[in-house]
Design a protein around this ligand. Structure first.
Ligand SMILES: Nc1ncnc2c1ncn2[C@@H]1O[C@H](COP(=O)(O)OP(=O)(O)OP(=O)(O)O)[C@@H](O)[C@H]1O
Ligand SMILES: [Mg+2]
Length: 369
């Protein structure tokens, strides 16, 4: 049985069964059963969880699904969107007032040294929380965090998810220390801290002198296992020939190296070509060409911004040569280039170093032909 009988339905009836670029759940979500259990165990304890993976491996989808399954109240913030300490306090409160309207929890706010103003933005219908200007903005965070602890309770503990947590180091110097000292006093909250910059996340949670040293259980999220992903693709492609499906899914996975986001992106394009153009032979190549062509300008712009060492590292990686294979020849310049490329997210390390985006890798290979 395949997911949607593509050949037998009118084109405008069909929904592409692959999804990328947004959080996925239900029929768009596969595997991760062990990880879901691990997160559930952590939420059923007094401990916090730290989840690390390269970008777009599925952290946010996984955590959202795990938290939803507990049925517990939760608030979620992306630290990348936080501009200042004051902004952090107002966004925390905004999320909290969504769960517990201010009117209902006013009596728990008597400790507030600065009373927030809550208004509805008429353009977006979203709630805005703001404060009058203040010199020592850390008291805003202290008050907001104290309220979060007060509204939560032992039977139905609040879950607080802070995404791209490593950004805390860029909001204000010393904020990590201040937050840590507030968080260690809290008893009724489970924190889940996510991050995609492995080096910075490891620095925050594994360096002895860091305020967040060993703050919680560290979990590294890997790619989706081959058999699960293959099955996921095969059951959704519009073909009845099992061996065709098998070979198409194998081609997709070998191109994307099982990367969750790029696999869904390529599979969506393959599905589209098979469904609307009725093409079967060479469909994966056609889909790759289409995506590479779409990103041609972006890739060129990126390429022009890399220095010569970065470019030669990227070319080696594209050809499947590990640039640090020959350790004698590897210079300190290539080490720092890899470090820089990893920090910016262009290179990731799973078993070995690899280019994060397989379409960019393909673009580089074509450049070198
Ligand atoms: N369990 C899954 N099953 C199938 N596809 C998945 C799964 N998890 C993630 N994906 C794919 O990867 C994409 C990225 O997922 P998600 O946004 O959860 O990752 P992330 O690690 O939080 O990314 P970012 O680094 O951008 O925050 C999804 O849109 C989806 O295409
Ligand atoms: Mg995310």
């Amino acid at each position: 049985m395949y997911y949607l009988c593509g050949r037998n339905r009118k084109n405008n009836d069909m929904m592409n069964p692959f999804k990328y670029g947004v959080l996925v759940d239900n029929e768009y979500f596969t595997d991760r059963s062990e990880e879901l259990k691990e997160i559930a165990k952590s939420l059923n304890s007094a401990n916090h969880l730290i989840l690390i993976s390269p970008r777009r491996f599925g952290k946010s989808s996984l955590v959202a699904k795990a938290v939803k399954a507990t049925g517990r109240p939760s608030i979620s913030l992306n630290m990348q969107n936080i501009l200042s300490v004051e902004d952090l306090a107002s966004k925390l409160l905004r999320e909290l007032f969504r769960l517990y309207p201010m009117e209902r929890i006013k009596h728990l706010m008597t400790h507030f040294r600065i009373i927030p103003t809550v208004s509805t933005n008429p353009m977006t219908s979203m709630m805005d929380v703001s404060f009058q200007p203040i010199v020592n903005s850390i008291i805003l965070i202290e008050d907001a965090m104290a309220l979060i602890e007060k509204v939560s309770n032992e039977e139905n503990k609040l879950v607080v998810v802070l995404d791209e947590f490593q950004e805390i180091l860029n909001i204000r110097k010393g904020l990590d220390k201040q937050l840590r000292s507030i968080m260690q006093e809290q008893d009724h909250i489970n924190y889940i801290l996510l991050g995609s910059q492995e080096s910075m996340m490891t620095e925050i949670f594994e360096r002895k002198k860091s305020p967040f040293y060993h703050f919680g259980k560290l979990m590294h999220l890997g790619k989706i296992p081959y058999d699960d992903f293959k099955d996921y693709i095969c059951t959704r492609l519009p073909s009845e020939q099992q061996d065709r499906l098998d070979s198409i899914a194998t081609e997709i996975l070998s191109f994307t190296s099982l990367h969750p986001y790029y696999t869904q992106q390529l599979a969506a394009q393959v599905w589209e070509i098979m469904t609307y153009d009725n093409l079967d032979e060479g469909v994966v190549n056609e889909a790759i060409n289409k995506i590479v062509r779409t990103h041609d300008l972006d890739f060129e712009r990126l390429w022009l911004n890399f220095n010569r060492t970065d470019r030669s590292i990227l070319v080696s990686l594209s050809k499947g040569i590990s640039p640090l294979q020959n350790r004698q020849k590897a210079t300190s310049t290539s080490f720092s280039s890899i470090k820089r490329l990893m920090k910016a997210g262009y290179v990731i390390r799973v078993n070995d170093y690899e280019i994060e985006d397989p379409f960019f890798k393909e673009w580089i290979i074509r450049l070198c032909l």
